[in-house]
Design a binder for this molecule. Structure first.
Ligand code: APR
Length: 171
């Protein structure tokens, strides 16, 4: 069975999928990077909805509507800040992908697109983050056969190349 994981170099906010995933912070009240891009594209109603969620702990995920985005939903997850690798960062990042996939599966979603969570402002090493992301998503896809596809939406050559190499290990 094909692994249903796709690599795409694109602006996450442009994708027409059931849900995009936001690399948020624990307040869920917006920020820079992909978080800022999503809020700009979704419009102020997204922030209004986020305000009702009461934040989100690192490693966990919460879902909102997509508002003005093409995507029907946004799953907001909070990645760990890289602090050398001794503070459970790997497990927290794995949790971001697992919890986002579980939320999407429980909502009956079929297509979801992830940014490279924690690899920007939070400085998580890209090759390490990519291996955690692909392994966690592959595991979730095996558990949830209804998913059609998961897109790893990359920004920039370093992330794209890391995903290409890691995905090449999955048949
Ligand atoms: N589409 C796809 N990917 C994007 C986009 C975009 N429009 N904009 C940025 N990225 C990529 C970055 O290049 C990086 O590879 O998303 C990845 C995650 O980077 P950040 O957005 O900086 O997220 P993160 O490292 O998880 O830091 C989260 O930054 O924006 C704040 O509020 C956010 O405090 C939180 C922190």
């Amino acid at each position: 069975m094909p692994h249903r994981m796709r690599l795409l170099e694109a602006d996450l906010t442009s994708l027409d999928v059931d849900s995009i995933v936001n690399a948020a912070n624990e307040t869920l009240l917006g920020g820079g990077g992909v978080d800022g891009a999503i809020h700009r594209a979704a419009g102020p109603a997204l922030l209004d909805e986020c305000r009702t969620l009461g934040g989100c702990p690192t490693g966990e995920a919460k879902m909102t509507g997509g508002h003005k985005l093409n995507a029907r939903h946004v799953i907001h997850t909070v990645g760990p800040v890289w602090n050398g690798g001794g503070d459970g960062e790997d497990d927290l990042l794995r949790g971001c992908y697992r919890n986002s996939m579980t939320l999407a599966a429980e909502a009956g979603l079929r297509t979801i697109a992830f940014p490279a969570i924690s690899t920007g402002v939070y400085r998580f090493p890209i090759p390490r983050a990519t291996r955690i992301a692909v392994a966690a998503v592959a595991e979730a896809l095996a558990a949830y056969p209804l998913f059609e596809s998961v897109i790893f939406c990359c920004f920039g050559a370093d992330v794209t190349n890391a995903y290409r190499e890691t995905l090449a290990e999955y048949r």
